[in-house]
Design a protein around this ligand. Structure first.
Ligand code: PLP
Length: 449
């Protein structure tokens, strides 16, 4: 009764398991059995090229023996230690992160994932400032726990309102292609565009009362909500506004961090040092679950005499810390971040070429190996192929086509996301994009003149 062959994995999985982000009746899982490099295989032996790093998180690629061996060795020596104890992986990871993270960031608190990292970041910000409001943007995702869901600006929070954490105020994203302020003058120079969005943020700060705002939290590069890359000057401007009003700046680097954008952290593109920075996903390349909050010295110092009244049984689970250390060392050894930057240039060019060819491509956005292709019915009107918060049939067919051809790719409303493992080669990028190229005929057929 408890034994079954691999070809029944999907069927048996459906019997007793509850699936997140899904209507239970519509779930149709890929029965995945193994993975290596940029590929994974299903129970029928079919190979998929993973253009989504599973959940935008296997940055180092699948099955790296250096991480696996480190986990095994740690499991043999000491799989878990009480959170008040010191271990080698804890010592090593703190040092590595202090070295890699921006500016003077030098203390780290550990969680099991991104949502908990964000929860802790806001606790720290509130405690240090003595203020309660947090400003985040509408097109953002910060996690699914009650506090992180409140921080999330996108519609995933709607189902759970009004019982989420209070005190969050949302503001608009500097989203050039669909800019609220520039519908009649979309060609405004970038510096003015940036200024308008910083003015907007400052106006919100003024209305809310600077003395009530603990932090502004932003995804350094917005991920799921469409790869929205801030224009140059924006992150610096957010930093300056925070400094002006004594507000802490929190960068959510859960998806954008650990080489994804071609630098260790996305904020590094703009030379900005946030007061708090949250990490997860690429921190271990998801070999094991781990999140972290990085903080600047004055934040850690605030708690020198005061107790930080929070913690988790698995704050810094020893095995997960060992996975993070091995993952980061492997990334350093192979210069994975430098490679991602180089491949990002290639990816961008390829996507621009696709944009020339396909009338359904309205906008191409990319930074490193973090790319989004926005599909429209009409380039003039920019009518999206799927409206806000909806996934229309053509988008579903597009994904199905790719999956059938062995390309695992993620789509969010009308945006195709390209987020491969950072070790991908130009040849394999081209191979995956060739499938997307064919699939885009489905979107092109929807274009109206
Ligand atoms: C930017 C960002 N922040 C936070 C989270 C939440 O992380 P987790 O799912 O590990 O809780 C995610 C997850 O996708 C994310 O993309």
């Amino acid at each position: 009764m408890f034994d079954f062959p691999d070809d029944q994995i999907a069927q048996v999985s459906l019997e007793h398991n509850f699936w997140t982000w899904s209507a239970q009746g519509g779930v149709d899982p890929i029965p995945v059995t193994r993975a290596e490099g940029v590929y994974f295989w299903d129970a029928h032996g079919k190979r998929y090229l993973d253009f989504n790093s599973m959940m935008m998180c296997v940055n180092l690629g699948h099955g790296d023996p250096r991480v696996i061996e480190a986990i095994v060795a740690q499991a043999r020596a000491l799989p878990f230690a009480h959170g008040s104890m010191a271990t080698r992986p804890l010592a090593e990871l703190g040092r590595l992160l202090a070295h890699l993270t921006p500016g003077d960031m030098d203390h780290f608190l550990y969680t099991l994932g991104g949502a908990e990292a964000n929860e802790n970041a806001i606790k720290l910000a509130r405690a240090v400032t003595g203020r309660h409001k947090i400003l985040t943007r509408y097109r953002s995702y910060h996690g699914a726990t009650a506090g992180a869901m409140a921080l999330t600006g996108d519609p995933r929070r709607h189902s759970w309102e009004p019982n989420l954490m209070g005190g969050v105020v949302h503001f608009l994203d500097p989203y050039r292609y669909r800019s609220t302020f520039h519908r009649t003058n979309p060609d405004i120079p970038e510096a003015e565009f940036t200024r308008d969005y910083l003015n907007h943020l400052e106006e919100i700060i003024t209305y809310e009362g600077p003395g009530t705002i603990a932090a502004v939290m932003v995804e350094s590069v917005t991920g799921t909500n469409g790869i929205l890359i801030p224009p140059d000057g924006y992150m610096q401007g957010v930093r300056a506004l925070c400094d002006k009003y004594g507000i802490l700046m929190i960068a959510d680097e859960v998806m954008a961090g650990f080489g994804r954008t071609g630098k260790w952290f996305a904020v590094d593109h703009w030379g900005v040092v946030p007061d708090l920075m949250t990490m997860a996903k690429g921190l271990t390349s998801s070999y094991l679950p781990l999140g972290a909050v990085g903080m600047r010295p004055f934040i850690a110092e605030h708690f020198r005499e005061r107790v930080f009244q929070s913690g988790l049984t698995y704050s810094g689970h020893t095995l997960t810390l060992a996975a993070a250390v091995a993952n980061i060392k492997a990334m350093m050894e192979d210069d994975v971040v430098g490679q991602a930057a180089a491949r990002g240039v290639f990816l961008r060019q390829q996507l621009m070429d696709l944009g020339e060819k396909h009338p359904s491509i309205g906008d191409v956005r990319s930074i490193g190996l973090f790319a989004g292709v926005e599909l429209v019915k009409n380039r003039e009107t920019r009518e999206p192929l799927s409206p806000f918060n909806q996934t229309t049939e053509p988008m579903k067919r597009l994904r199905k086509f790719c999956l059938e051809r062995g390309l695992n790719i993620f789509m969010h409303w009308n945006v195709v996301l390209i987020v491969p493992p950072l070790i991908i080669t130009e040849e394999l990028l081209a191979e995956g994009l060739a499938v997307l190229d064919e699939a885009l005929a489905i979107a092109d057929a929807e274009v109206t003149e």
